[in-house]
Structures are given as structure tokens and as C-alpha cells.
Design a binder for this molecule. Structure first.
Ligand code: BG6
Length: 482
């Protein structure tokens, strides 16, 4: 899609989100030559600051050591980006600020912009959304006569089904669904989008995606680090709502939903929603944990009862994989940094080598989201030696130099939003379906079990899968290593 000129208003330009994700993504888009020449970016924050100070700040954050943005910065590109950036200070709760914003936008129009396309990016606390929308509305800034007005918000949308519905209703009061971009960056990952291309672009794997062949599915998103300096946010949310409600449910959805009839926003979103609506969480399966030492993290309540680990089971309710169980686990301070989906195949009892060592090892199709990104098939082959012995090996498709070649999910998604493509954004019924599932998994009284950092969470998590006669797979780093 062709990108038109527009104004990007970032509420919270000095926020953690803007620092870590948005500014680097805008830099990358500038570098790739994917932004229009007459783009205007208006950064909004409270403290008074000159445009030049904001430009210095942007230059500084671009060079910060950041897990999400590691490549060197070209000063010419940074200058090209900051040339578009202006600063407006003020409190988003203060009506006068919107007078200032309105005047600024009107001046831009007078300077020869023939249309008024505006994207509002809310990198602020969700509690401020309502005030921001109201003020935009009073000033007529939530609509435009000859262009488009869009709003972009981050996950989590709400903190449970009820609050998500309220937030969706609030947004619907001011905007239509095609104006609202709810961002879950997992939907913008190359490795996630390739699951759909792999599944529906080939003819040989999809026929095997039935309960006749697939025994169960495992979805893992483990991090071997803690909350870092995000304790203040994290402590109000917890692992299940931070990543389970959104990223992990989307991982399963991509791997198991029915084939969309076309590669379009409507068709793909429809399938995602159908899948999520049919998923049946096992409400007795949830295990929540907290790593030892979490209470001593920066900005965390020392008596916190927040989960930093979760595991649970759900059954696929509809479609070709109906009846197949999926087991989820995710959290912080775990044994490995690894995110993957494993489609674990049944092991027929008549296997020829069933009594040999490894003879009953299940085959698995693994979508590795990160690290060692790839799609691999775990198989058994003969060890290359005189005697017949089996060994585990992988048929693998690996991304080469993944980090340097592919766009960061934020880069991809904000570009999609700029051109109006909502395919990989979450819409209102989808986010509500995700909360419907998550709400069923926990209650306020849920026990939080302490676990030692460096393992796979509380021992009790093993039971989630063991009671069905299965085991968690140890994610392998033996494939797709450079
Ligand atoms: C974010 C969560 O949405 O996703 C973080 O808030 C988590 O807690 C992160 O670390 C994981 O994203 P990625 O892309 O690093 O796997």
C-alpha cells in the first residue's frame, strides 16, 4: 500500500516504550526510506524542552545498549529522522494542551499540507486514554474532513474481560474499528507470520495437522532474565496477563487456526477470532509462580503476590485440530531464553524400533520464534557408524542472520498502521476472546508458588502435563545455531 503524508503525534515521547521500541523503529523506517518526505512527528511529554533537546534525546536513546536494537547508528539517518520531529510540552490531562496541539496542527495545514492525516500513538498509561480521547474529541481532533485519523494503543488492552470491554467501548465512542490499531508486537514477528506462510503455502504438512497425527501442542515463552527496570509496570500485571493473554495465545492461534480463505485482513482476523472463541481452557490446570528475589526488584512491592511464571492447559475446540490439548508455559528467570511452539506427533505403538534406545521419541514440528529462529522437524535417523543405533536430529529451515535482515516487529507494524493495514493488529472481539480465556484461568485467591531462578518454574508445573501422561520438552539449541 502507498504511504501518504501524515502527522504522527506520540503521547509519551519520553516513555520507556518510545525509548526502547518506537524511536528505534522510526529510525529503521527512515533508514529503509519508508517514511514520506513531508512527515511530521510531534513528540508530547510534560517537561518543557526545545526541539533540539528532543533531537539530542533521540540521538542518545538510539545509541543505548538495548536488547531490541543493536545495530550501529548512522548519524545522517538520525538527522534525517530528527528533521521531522517537533516537541510539544504539556499535560495530556490539561485542556490547554489540546488548544496548543490544535493550533500546531492547523499551522501545519496552512503551510501547504493539502490533507490532514493524523496518527495518535498512545505511549502512555492506559488510565489516561479516556481523558486523551475526550479532549481530542472536544477539539475536533479525533476526525478529519479530508484525510484519516488513526489511533494506536499497546497491549495489554484492559486487565480483564470487563475492563477490556469498557476500553473497547470507550474507543468505539470516538473511533470506528478501522481507525483503531491495537498493537501486540508478536503479530509483527517474521517468525510468527512465516508460520502462516509455511502452513498454508505447502501441501505436505497441513494434512498432518489433525488429532490422528498430532498428540498435543506445547507453547513456551521463557526468559532467563527478570523484570529489570520494568518492575513498576510488571507488578501490576504479572506474567499471565503480560504475555500469556496475548503473545502465547496468538502463538497457538497462528499454529493451529483454520486456513483463511484469502490473505486479507478480514479473512485472517476472522480465523484468529474463531479459533480463540473455541479454545477451552482447563480452569483447574493453572499454576502460577514467582521467582525468589522478585520482591527485592526495583519498584516491586516487597510483599507482592504477582506471578512471574504461569502454566496451563487448553483444548482446541473446533476445526481440524479439535480435541487436541495445548500446554502453555511462560515467565521470567527461567532456565533458557526461548520462545517456540512444538506440534508433537503421536508415536504409534508399532514403530519398528520401539524397544531400542530413543525408539519411541516423538517427532515434533517446531516453530522457533527465538533464538535460533527457524522451522524444524525433529526426527530420528541412524547414527553414522557400523552398528545400528538411532539418534535425534532435525530437518531444518533456518533464518540466516535473522536479527540484521528482518524488520523489527515494531518497525513492521507501525509501517502497516501508517499505510492502514490492520491484518496484524488485534481487533475488539479478538482481544475480548483472549480475556475470556485468561479470566477463566485465574481467581484472586490463586496460589503463587515461589521458584528458584534458573529452572522451569515451580515443580507443580510439571503436573500440568504429566497428569495426562506427557512431558514438557526441553527446548533444544542444537538447531539453527549460526
Ligand atoms: C512484552 C512483555 O510484551 O513482551 C515483556 O511486556 C516481554 O515482559 C516481552 O519480555 C517479550 O517480547 P520479545 O519480543 O522479547 O519476545
Amino acid at each position: 500500500m502507498q504511504m501518504e503524508s501524515f502527522v504522527l503525534v506520540i503521547f509519551g515521547i519520553t516513555s520507556n516504550l518510545a525509548r526502547i521500541k518506537l524511536i528505534p523503529a522510526l529510525y529503521d523506517l527512515t533508514k529503509a526510506g519508508m517514511l514520506p518526505e513531508d512527515l511530521t512527528i510531534i513528540g508530547v511529554a510534560r517537561s518543557p524542552m526545545a526541539d533540539e533537546e528532543l533531537h539530542d534525546y533521540i540521538n542518545k536513546v538510539l545509541r543505548e545498549d538495548n536488547r531490541h536494537h543493536t545495530h550501529p547508528i548512522d548519524q545522517e539517518v538520525a538527522d534525517k529522522l530528527t528533521k521531522h520531529v517537533h516537541y510539544l510540552n504539556g499535560s495530556v490531562e490539561d485542556k490547554d494542551f489540546y488548544d496548543k496541539l490544535e493550533t500546531y496542527l492547523n499551522e501545519l495545514k496552512k503551510k501547504g499540507r493539502n490533507c490532514d492525516n493524523v496518527m495518535y500513538y498512545l505511549a502512555t498509561y492506559p488510565e489516561l486514554y479516556s481523558t486523551i480521547f475526550q479532549h481530542l474529541n472536544t477539539h475536533g481532533l479525533d476526525r478529519s474532513e479530508c484525510g484519516w485519523t488513526r489511533v494506536m494503543v499497546e497491549k495489554p488492552i484492559g486487565t480483564d474481560l470487563e475492563s477490556a470491554k469498557e476500553l473497547n467501548a470507550l474507543m468505539a465512542k470516538y473511533f470506528t474499528e478501522d481507525q483503531i490499531f491495537r498493537l501486540d508486537h508478536y503479530l509483527g514477528k517474521e517468525t510468527m507470520q512465516n508460520i502462516l506462510a509455511f502452513r498454508f503455502g505447502n501441501g505436505i504438512f497441513e494434512p498432518l495437522m489433525t488429532p490422528e497425527y498430532i498428540d498435543h501442542i506445547q507453547v513456551t515463552a521463557a526468559e532467563d532474565f527478570g523484570v529489570g527496570d520494568r518492575g513498576g509496570y510488571y507488578d501490576t500485571v504479572g506474567a499471565l496477563k503480560d504475555v500469556g493473554q496475548n503473545h502465547l495465545l496468538q502463538m497457538l492461534t497462528f499454529a493451529a487456526m483454520e486456513q483463511p480463505h484469502k490473505w486479507t485482513n478480514e479473512a485472517i482476523t476472522k480465523r484468529r477470532i474463531e479459533f480463540l472463541n473455541s479454545l477451552k481452557p482447563d480452569t483447574n490446570s493453572t499454576v502460577l509462580g514467582q521467582y525468589q528475589g522478585y520482591g527485592q526488584e526495583k519498584n516491586v512491592n516487597p510483599d507482592s503476590k504477582t506471578d512471574t511464571f504461569f502454566s496451563f492447559k487448553a483444548i482446541i475446540g473446533d476445526g481440524k485440530l479439535a480435541g487436541v490439548p495445548a500446554y502453555f508455559r511462560g515467565g521470567k528467570e527461567l532456565a533458557q531464553y526461548v520462545t517456540e511452539i512444538s506440534m508433537v506427533f503421536r508415536t504409534p505403538s508399532m514403530r519398528m524400533f520401539k524397544d531400542a534406545p530413543l525408539g519411541m521419541t516423538p517427532n515434533a514440528l517446531i516453530y522457533r520464534i527465538q533464538p535460533n529462529e527457524g522451522i524444524v522437524l525433529k526426527i530420528l535417523t541412524k547414527r553414522s557408524q557400523h552398528k545400528l543405533e538411532l539418534e535425534e536430529t532435525y530437518m531444518q529451515y533456518c533464518y540466516k542472520n535473522y536479527a540484521s535482515i528482518f524488520p523489527d516487529p515494531y518497525e513492521r507494524l507501525i509501517h502497516d498502521a501508517f499505510v492502514g493495514d490492520q491484518t496484524f493488529f488485534v481487533d475488539a472481539p479478538e482481544v475480548e476472546a483472549q480475556w475470556q480465556i485468561t479470566d477463566m484461568l485465574v481467581s484472586d485467591e490463586h496460589k503463587i508458588i515461589q521458584y528458584a531462578p534458573g529452572g522451569w518454574g515451580p515443580e507443580e508445573s510439571k503436573e500440568v502435563i504429566k497428569k495426562d501422561g506427557r512431558e514438557w520438552l526441553e527446548p533444544s539449541l542444537a538447531f539453527c545455531s549460526l
